[in-house]
Design a protein around this ligand. Structure first.
Ligand SMILES: Cc1ncc(COP(=O)(O)O)c(C=O)c1O
Length: 427
């Protein structure tokens, strides 16, 4: 089929009738499929079930330093879990706090703590200020934006480029506006674009001149071990770069095993300078006597070290790579010739980010929904749920079985075509 832009109105009208006929057939099938959230599939979760046999006898619960993991103690994580996260994030164990199962929870707490108590070195609580603003590279992770919205932090959209956030914009805003206290970053296989920040971008983050002395980078490295094949991206270590220029106190890094072991029962960690951690620990030691150390120990017995964990991630890749391939095959076959959308070809992470013609994302998602396929709401990847181009759609291919994904993608392509034809006919 030729590019839709080159079709006459008559051709477009005929095409629309043809597409709607197919769409009605789809509706008649009463589908109930979900590509909305980046969840591991059942077979991915099954990869880690062996973990449940790692602690079986009463003698299994001693941590490396002899603590009984079943009892109170160690509010900031057992030493072996600190070591594993230190290796994952490329910092030292003394720069790690191990939390509960969710890194999002750690991010929320970190923002809330800053609002209530300030941050190390500047103990003016952000809540005491007239206004607090965060930069939000977009498209980005909707739950980062939801945290800001909940706390009344004003969000400023920063465009994403192929090498990360547009650093010219970031540098100018951070240097000129004291109310900008933070920026959300998913530096590797970003959600949803699958972009990994270039070395230059990471260096520029380390060297940022900030108007606010208490500016912080929220470096959510959720997908740092989530490659789809041997053809992998590489991310420069922000903490190392910051140390070279003396800005290590401006970084909060986050990671978890949610998509390594169990999304609902993994282990999460926060990495930051010892200075930052000393400040945080004062409050954390009041908040908890300790997170679930039995789960931490179970994870460490199962994963052993970073090498073993990387091998385990290859098994995940074997399961999910065919799903990514299927999404891309459908897009390349059905959409590319029509020139009505563009997309990224990620080397890792959990999403495929599709950009429709301007004004077609909401309509596409709605059409899919009416025919039984749920997608992330259009706009969710932008602050306040507002995609100014109404163009970005996030596809999460990991959860559905391949057969369902096949069907869902066929419908998705059909819906993009309908939305695009409608737009062109209205022009
Ligand atoms: C970028 C990013 N950060 C964090 C999370 C959630 O992580 P956790 O399960 O550790 O809270 C997700 C989940 O999709 C994510 O995409």
């Amino acid at each position: 089929m030729a590019s839709l832009n080159q079709m006459s109105s008559l051709e477009l009208k005929n095409l629309k009738d043809e597409l709607l006929k197919k769409y009605d057939e789809f509706k008649g099938r009463n589908l109930k499929l979900d590509m909305s959230r980046g969840k591991p599939s059942v077979s991915q979760l099954d990869l880690s079930v062996g973990m449940m046999d790692c602690l079986t006898s009463k003698d299994d619960f001693k941590t490396a330093d002899g603590t009984d993991a079943r009892n109170y103690a160690i509010f900031d994580g057992i030493s072996e879990a600190k070591k594993l996260f230190a290796d994952i994030l490329g910092v030292s164990s003394s720069e790690i706090i191990v939390g509960g199962n969710s890194s999002l929870n750690l991010m929320y707490d970190t923002v809330q703590r800053a609002l209530q108590f300030g941050v190390a070195g500047s103990e003016c609580p952000w809540n005491k200020l007239d206004k607090v603003k965060f930069l939000c590279p977009s498209p980005g992770y909707d739950r980062h934006f939801a945290i800001c919205e909940l706390f009344g932090i004003e969000m400023i959209t920063v465009p994403m480029t192929e090498s990360g956030p547009d650093m010219d914009v970031v540098e100018e805003l951070v240097a000129s506006d004291e109310q900008i206290k933070g920026i959300w970053c998913v530096p590797m296989y970003s959600n949803p674009d699958g972009i990994t920040y270039s070395d230059d971008t990471v260096k520029r983050f380390a060297a940022l001149k900030s108007a606010a002395a208490d500016f912080r980078i929220f470096w959510d490295n959720a997908y740092c071990v989530h490659h789809l094949s041997d053809d992998q991206d590489h991310l420069l270590n922000l903490m190392d770069e910051c140390k070279k220029v003396g800005t290590q106190d401006r970084v909060f890094m986050f990671a978890s095993t949610s998509k390594v072991s169990f999304a609902g029962a993994g282990v999460a960690a926060l990495a930051a300078s010892e200075n930052n951690l000393a400040f945080i620990k004062k409050q954390l030691s009041i908040q908890t006597i300790g997170h679930d150390k039995v789960n931490q120990l179970r994870h460490m017995r199962f994963f052993k070290d970073l090498e073993y964990l990387k091998n385990h991630m290859e098994k995940h890749a074997e399961i999910i790579k065919p799903k990514f391939d299927m999404v891309l095959t459908w897009l390349n076959k059905e959409i590319a010739p029509l020139e009505i959308a563009s997309w990224k070809n990620p080397k890792g992470g959990y999403f495929v980010s599709v950009n429709t013609l301007e004004g077609c994302a909401k309509r596409t998602v709605e059409l899919c929904k009416q025919a039984g396929v749920v997608l992330t709401p259009a706009g969710a990847t932008f602050p306040y749920g507002n995609d100014p181009q109404d163009s970005n759609i996030r596809i999460a291919p990991t959860f559905p079985p391949v057969s369902e994904l096949d069907l869902a993608m066929e419908l998705f392509c059909l819906c993009i075509k309908i939305a695009s034809v409608e737009k062109l006919l209205n022009q």
